[in-house]
Each structure stands twice: as C-alpha cells, then as structure tokens.
Design a protein around this ligand. Structure first.
Ligand SMILES: NC(=O)N[C@@H](CC(=O)O)C(=O)O
Length: 421
C-alpha cells in the first residue's frame, strides 16, 4: 500500500509532499499512490516516541492492556512506546520482555518496546536478567525499576557497569526512600502543610540525581533520569552535562504545566509520583527543556482503574493518563518552542536514548512514522472520549492547543481524521 501526504509543513517549515512506498519507507516520489492524505496546513513531525509508558499488561488488564494503550499512543501521535516493567509479573526476564514485545506486535499500532527491570521483582536487591533481556529478540536497552528507586548505591553501580557492555541505559526513578516516607503523597511545602497531607521534599529526588550522575561518571556508563520534577535536579543535570557526564533526562507533560495548588480540592486525579511541584519548579523545567538540559518529554502514562484511584487522597494510587494529550500539553505549555524542537524532544532524542533505530526522522529512506498535527486548533479535553481503559485524566475540561489529526506507523495509517483508522 503506497501513500502520498500532500502539502504538509514538514517540521513546521516549508510545505511539501511526503511519499511512502509499499515497504513503508519514505521515498522521493510514488507515481500513483493507493491513498492520498490532504495535509494542507498541517505540521508533519516524525512519529512520537515515549520513553515512559505504563501499559499494565500483564496483571492489571482492567486498567489498560497493550492493545488499549497502543490505541491511546496512536491517538497521541506516537509510533513507539517503552513499556515500563512494573507489571505483574514484573518484566525481569527475557521471556517476560518477549511477551510484551509480541503483544505489542499483535496490537500493531505502535512499536511496543519492553523496558526491563533493573532488579528482580523490583525489590532493589539482586540484579534482574539484564544480559539475557538485552540479547533476546526483544533487544532490551532501557532498564528501570520505575515506581521505585534503585536506592542501594552498590546495586546501582553494578547495574550501570553491567549495561555498559551492551550500550544499555538505566532509567532511574530518582527518589530517596528515606526522605520520602511510605505515607507521603504530595510535594512537601506550604500546600501540604495547609492541607495536612504528608509530603516529601524536592531534595529526595535531587540527592539521587546527584548520586547517580557521579556513579555514571565513575563507571563511564549511561544514566537517564526519569520524570525530573524539581529546579534542583535541573541544576545538577546542567552541571553534570557541562562535565561531559553521560546523563540524559526526561520531563512529563504534567510537570510542565500542573502545580501543587491543584491539590486543594483533594482530588486524587492530581496525585502522581513524582508529585506536582510549585510554580518555580515548573518554570525551571520549561527552561531546561527549551535549552536542552532536559533531553526529552516522556508521558509517564499511568492508567488506574476507578477502584484504585477513587479514594481519599492519601489512599489513592499515584499516576495520571498522558499519551493522548502529551503533544497538545507541550504545545500549550511552551507555545514558542519551534516544531523542530518539539520533534527533537518528543521523537528524535527519545529514540536515540532508547537505542531505537528507524524512529525520529522524516529523512528519505526512513521508515514512515509520521504524525500530522493541526498546529493552532483548540481542543477541550473530555475524559469520556479517551480510548484508554482508564479515566484518571488530569486534563479533563481544559482547553489545549493543537490536535493530532493523522498518525502513520510504518507506512500504515493508524489514526485518520482524529479517529482510530
Ligand atoms: N507515576 C506514577 O504516579 N505512577 C506510576 C509509578 C510510579 O509511582 O512512578 C504507576 O505505575 O502508576
């Protein structure tokens, strides 16, 4: 099946046509295409890549499945997602990783790349089968105990040494458990004090970021900091990058826009880990994304069933949806960010960090993963319209700028006119 996309503003710049041959590759011309998409006025970006998605399968298929999460990803303009390891059972073996990969292929809407756990059962003690996962057909390159911090420095050091052998990376959920007590449920500060909610401070994140950049320097290995949420972490990253330490970092759309004050209604939709932070952190995160200190935007899409989320704030599960709205949130939060920069932080950089070949580019000869965006559309989010199985959507009722109109994955249209194809 061949495809022609006419009149798209490629990376937001000049209008041009894109052609896809019948092997799903971008080429300079196709004479009589099987399908033509009129993209006049739409911006074409390389299909987005999400470094941080929770798909809940296996184990919590009531909250999300690999199929429903793939649908949400396609609707958000994604061509690839990295599926976090905190499923049940945990993705800590090659067999478990292959199962995620194959279920993703069966769904066929985005590439689902398994993230391997760093430690067995996410218990933080013994390393998981890192080498077997890496050498398997799933070719796992990103390892993370996300949801939990690899808090033991010795274990973190060993993991960094181990993944170095095959060009892997450890994605750290930076949160010192001794500074973030078991009942903590939000940012420690003026708002938590007023609401009487147990909080944890920004420094719980920052001490781990500081420790891990030093471990990366010591081991000569590569560390990635998941969902950076504080100005202090940004300062450490800026210093580490200036030293030439091999560190990358991501920020979530919600940490670029939502702040701690949203907690005053005790609505558990806004309970997330790391927690929403004050304005000054949000400002520092926006600047760091724009200046390249933070490399990528990653959703931390964390679907939860009603019976886990609809509780008193202290008891509710941590996490919020993100795949379908990520691009519009980034565009709304940083209206001056050029489309080429959006393509970098939401596609090229995450593909590179994850070692995913064939993603992140619209150059001729690349696999045709393309998202076509209406740049100045305004859309009011309705959580009921989501294709995710969950409804913990913090953007419900908000008006966001820009809209994903079509998504093409490997030359195949997965979203057409804003609906699953
Ligand atoms: N980000 C979240 O708030 N939740 C994540 C895991 C986590 O706690 O990081 C989840 O798996 O639900």
């Amino acid at each position: 099946m061949t495809l022609k996309i006419t009149g798209a503003l490629v990376l937001g710049e000049q209008a041009g046509d894109l052609y896809v041959d019948d092997s799903g590759v971008l080429v300079d011309e196709v004479l009589s295409p099987d399908e033509t998409i009129d993209a006049d006025g739409l911006v074409a970006l390389p299909g987005l890549v999400d470094l941080h998605t929770h798909l809940r399968e296996p184990g919590r298929e009531d909250a999300e499945t690999i199929l429903s999460g793939s649908r949400a990803a396609a609707m958000g303009g994604y061509a690839a997602v990295l599926a976090m390891a905190n499923t049940s059972p945990v993705t800590d073996t090659a067999e478990a990783a292959l199962r995620v990969l194959d279920l993703g292929r069966e769904a066929g809407l985005v590439h689902v790349q398994p993230v391997g756990a760093v430690t067995r059962g996410l218990a933080g003690e013994e390393l998981a089968e890192l080498g077997l996962m890496a050498r398997s057909r799933a070719a796992v390159r990103v390892f993370s105990d996300d949801g939990r911090c690899v808090h033991d420095a010795r274990v973190m050091r060993r993991a960094l040494e181990y993944v170095k052998a095959f060009g892997g990376v450890v994605s750290q959920h930076a949160q010192d458990p001794t500074l973030a007590g078991p009942s903590a449920c939000c940012h420690e500060g003026e708002v938590s004090g007023r609401l009487g909610l147990p909080g944890w401070p920004g420094v719980a994140e920052e001490v781990i970021v500081a420790r891990d950049v030093m471990l990366a320097r010591h081991t000569g290995s590569r560390v990635h900091i998941a969902h950076v949420s504080t100005a202090g972490s940004v300062e450490v990253l800026r210093w580490a990058k200036a030293q030439g330490i091999d560190v990358t970092a991501e920020v979530t759309p919600h940490h670029l826009m939502l702040t701690t004050d949203l907690l005053t209604g005790y609505d558990p939709t806004f309970k997330v880990n790391p927690p929403l932070r004050p304005d000054e952190d949000v400002e520092a995160l926006r600047e760091a994304l724009a200046d390249g200190t933070i490399d990528a935007v990653a959703t931390d899409h964390a679907p939860h069933a009603r019976h886990d989320k609809e509780h008193a704030f202290v008891d509710a599960a941590f996490g919020m949806l993100g795949l379908e709205t990520a691009l519009a949130v980034v565009r709304t939060a940083l209206p001056d960010l050029a489309w080429a920069d959006i393509a970098r932080v939401m596609s090229a950089a995450p593909a590179q960090i994850a070692g995913l070949e064939g993603f992140g580019s619209l150059d001729l000869g690349s696999t045709a993963h393309v998202v076509l965006v209406e740049p100045d559309a305004t859309v009011t989010v309705d959580r009921g319209a989501s294709v995710s199985l969950s409804r913990n959507n913090p953007w419900h009722g908000r008006t966001l700028r820009s809209r994903v109109v079509h998504t093409v994955y490997g030359g195949r249209v997965t979203v057409r006119d804003g609906a699953l194809a």
